[in-house]
Design a protein around this ligand. Sequence first.
Ligand SMILES: Nc1ncnc2c1ncn2[C@@H]1O[C@H](COP(=O)(O)OP(=O)(O)OP(=O)(O)O)[C@@H](O)[C@H]1O
Length: 254
Amino acid sequence: MNNNQEIILQAENLSRYFGGVKAVDGVSFSLRRNEVLGVIGPNGSGKTTLANLLTGFVKPSKGKVIFEGNDITGSPPYKVADLGIARSFQMVKPFYQLPAFKNLNVALLSPRVRRLAGGRYGDRDAMAKDLLEEVGFERDSWVISHQAASLPHGYLKRLELAKCMALQPEVIVLDELFSGLSLAEVASLVPVIEKLVHQGKTLVMIEHRLKELFRIADRVIVLNFGQKIAEGEPAQVMEDPQVKGAYLGSEAEE
Ligand SMILES: Nc1ncnc2c1ncn2[C@@H]1O[C@H](COP(=O)(O)OP(=O)(O)OP(=O)(O)O)[C@@H](O)[C@H]1O
């Protein structure tokens, strides 16, 4: 449980319209350092667009993103990453032709990682293999060195997480990390997430897997048609009549 009161990330009246579609509509929230914030809501409620807004992949129609007290609204993704916000993607897009561990090079060769290491890069291959082992790749098996194209989905999702970790970020935005994973695969990733929290990372977790999310999240916000309709502790939020209404007949996996 997070007891830190320092606000690390804020969304202020964040909005993004695509033509007539209000994908995200006036969403505000504050995230405390080392907190785990869950973002839930039915399909099409604006969760991925919110992740894109926080990480610079789309620019807001209105509103602001404040990170560590600085207005980063409209900053491009590479700058946002350099400041310390990493993200994973719902649809994984690795460098398919590269061995799994080489996929971490973009992060491991980033100016941020070099800065944090005092100007040196170190043994990148060893760092990549350590990280992949942390997220559940067997170090001595073929998977770590095999082309990403040949990896099963579960490994590609782990690779996404390892790429985030390689950046040594302050905040990690995870867009449906658990989607498409078996119960056993999710169960094996939960301790990895818990370790990141223990290390002081701040997490935003967009999830449909509510049961697993609620084990980890300190707080959740609920989106529906782009608007934040509830915010609070998981159990409390799921009792909210508006949230129950939004989820009625929807696809939430419990
Ligand atoms: N680039 C885009 N152009 C036009 N409409 C978009 C674009 N991106 C998202 N939308 C629309 O914005 C709304 C919110 O989409 P978004 O993908 O953010 O929802 P979501 O909650 O992440 O959905 P899911 O749970 O299915 O991943 C949807 O109506 C979607 O069709």
